[in-house]
Design a protein around this ligand. Structure first.
Ligand code: HEC
Length: 124
């Protein structure tokens, strides 16, 4: 949680600065609407690095010592990505699957929801 405590306010500060700059630069509503989404994916990246990368690797290939030991899923695999639904990704993160622990007690639903598109984005 140390990482989160520092990473979150920082992400919000960046988002805030971005929307302030946008409004001073003539009020581009599109940029302002993107700011919260950008800060959410920054938060998801921080959670992923802290909670998931030890097995799945920063790049999602699971080419790590712990990942190989447990045969963690290669999250970049386009065939797996094509077969798996967002519901199943959400459920696997929440309840665990095989040798993967569940995160339903460690992470909020909002945090797990933010990890689903992050996992999708790892596709090669
Ligand atoms: C201790 C190692 C470990 C950690 C930490 C870990 N995983 Fe996994 N993960 C696994 C293993 C092993 C599998 C393969 C499970 C199976 O299909 O038998 C897996 C599978 C998955 C899958 C595929 C599930 C499916 O339904 O096919 C997703 C998505 C996933 N992990 C996401 C995450 C996310 C997000 C995190 C962090 C919140 C995380 N994992 C943390 C080991 C880990």
């Amino acid at each position: 949680m140390i990482l989160m405590k520092h990473a979150l306010p920082h992400a919000f500060a960046i988002a805030l600065t971005a929307s302030l700059v946008a409004s001073f630069a003539g009020g581009n509503a599109h940029v302002q609407n993107d700011a919260p989404r950008a800060s959410q994916s920054t938060a998801a990246a921080a959670i992923y690095v802290r909670r998931c990368a030890s097995c799945h690797g920063k790049d999602g290939t699971a080419n790590t010592f712990k990942g190989k030991l447990r045969s963690a899923r290669n999250l970049t695999d386009p065939r797996w990505q094509a077969d798996v639904s967002v519901e199943r990704i959400f459920n696997s993160i929440t309840n665990g699957r095989g040798k993967m622990p569940g995160y339903g007690k460690k992470l909020s639903e909002v945090e797990i929801n933010s990890l689903v598109p992050y996992v999708r984005g790892l596709k090669k």
